[in-house]
Each structure stands twice: as C-alpha cells, then as structure tokens.
Design a protein around this ligand. Sequence first.
Ligand SMILES: [Fe+2]
Ligand SMILES: [Fe+2]
Length: 328
Amino acid sequence: MSLSTPPGDASSTPKKLEGHYYVDDGELILKRDNQQFVVSADPAYKDQVTAWLARMAEGNADLSDLDPDLARQLSVVFEEHGFLADASDCQGLSGRDALLDLEDYTNELLYRTLYRNVFWKKIQSAPAEHISNNVIYGFVIENYHFLYRESWFDSPALCYAPSKQVQLLMNEFYGEEYGHDELLLKSLNSIGISRAEIQDTIPLRETLALCNSLAYWASYDPLFFFTTLGVLEGKDVSEDSFLAACDRLGLPASFVQPLRTHSDINLKGGHGCLSREIFKHVPFISSGDLQRMKCQTALFVQLYDAFYAAVWNHYSSVRSLLRRVSEV
Ligand SMILES: [Fe+2]
Ligand SMILES: [Fe+2]
C-alpha cells in the first residue's frame, strides 16, 4: 500500500479503522484478516499518520483531524483496501458487551452439550463404585498433555498488537500458567508413572485436536482465542467437582494435593475472569466479527465436549493407562 495514490474525495463521514496496525522495525503495518500491508508514507507525514491510526483504532477520531490533502489520500487508499468503514453504518458492540453476548451463547451450548457429557455427569453424581480409578488417572494424563502444550496456544497471543494492556494481562497469565504440567506430573508420579514413561505416550486425538485448534486461533484470531480462556479456566466453577470425585473415591493426598494446588492457583489468580479483563480493553467489535466468533464458539464447544467424552470412553474401558509410542 502506498500513500502516493492520486487524491480523491475526502469524506466528512466519521470513519472507523477495520483491522489493526503495528510498527515493525520502523515500518507501519496494517493487518486485516490474514492480509498485511506496509504503509509507505512520506516521512514528513509518517508521525501524523501513525498518531491518526492510533486514535482511529480507539474509535475516537475521523479524517477531519488531518491536513485536507493527507485526508484525501488516506481516504482513497485505506478505503480501497478495506481498512476504513463508515462508523455510522458500522453495527457492533463494545468489547465488553460483545463478550457478554458471546458468553450467553457459549453457556447455552455448554448446557446443551458439555454439562450433559458422560464424563461430567458421572463425575458429578455417580456413586464412587461406578467410577473407575482409570478414568480419574486418565483425565490427569490427558490434562497433563494439554498443559504440556499450553505454550503452543498462549505464546502466539502474547504480542496482541492493538492493546498494551492486553499484552500485560496475557504476559501475567503466561507467567502464572508456566509449569502447571509439572504439578500434574507430581500426581502421576504418585501413582507410579514417571516423567520418562509419560514422555513415551501420545495424547488422545481429541486432546490434540483441542490443542491444535487453540494454537491456530491464538495465531490467526487472537480475539476469539481470548474468549476461550474464560471457559478453559473455569469462569463459573467455584467448586472443583473433579476434586470432589477424587475425595469420594478416597484417592490418596499424594495424588490429589498437586491437583488441588493447580485448582487453587486458578481460583486465586482469577483466571476464570481473564476473558472479561481482556475485553475491557477492546473498544469495538463489529457485528461481522461477533458473528464469526459465534461460529467458532460452536466448534470450540464441540471440541471441548469431545475431549471430555473421549476421556471417559477411552479410560473407562482400558486395562493399560499409558498409550506408549514405543509399543505402537
Ligand atoms: Fe493452569
Ligand atoms: Fe489457570
């Protein structure tokens, strides 16, 4: 993209920036969907253009803020490439309101699927004699595999360009999450599974599907990825029903305590509220973006539901807990 395009008519209609921008090695980059453009502005105007973009991204500036000639050029070039939309025509919500809307939709899906899932139904209410220890151990094994791969999906979202506050929240979260797989490994060690043995195993395909999907969203749609954190970190969970089941089964403290420590870190760190904290710093979400996120929410809940069902279906019937790579 170049600002040397012939001037056109500057619009007096308030505009909103579509996509986002960042500065990389002195270059001004615009990004929308999976496309990015370098803005090769005249050096004399570069600071003015950058400051204008910053205000547009916050939704509080329009082209009338600029020198008229520069405004005309920006109007033509940015609109031609789909980076500007008329604010007056743009339907949407604040980040916080959009997230609340999405949470309602997510809860509806969770109540229809995950909360009726065989794993959670049994864990929450089945008598101890109807739950095999292997299901409990299997859940910790799969959760270990998930947490071992957590950096796949947390790290790509650390550098969320449009907001410094979101970067700070994600960095703090990353620091608090780091090493949680080691807590689960302590539980597994207590039942005789060593680090070398777990490293010789493969996760269930449903566990990997969840990890891979989250890694994809964190890289290509971080805004949507942020919405999944509230669900993954248990926004609505005040009592950990899995730990309650461990107590019902009378599992030893050496197995349960590391799991309780992990659960307490989530509760005390307020990880379940992270999505809401992040979306306080997202000024605007268009109705198109919200619609896209709803479609992805349906897929995410389906994957999450499949993950728990697979834990029950696989581990309630197997004799050997470990799916060893060396034996395949
Ligand atoms: Fe964790
Ligand atoms: Fe957490």
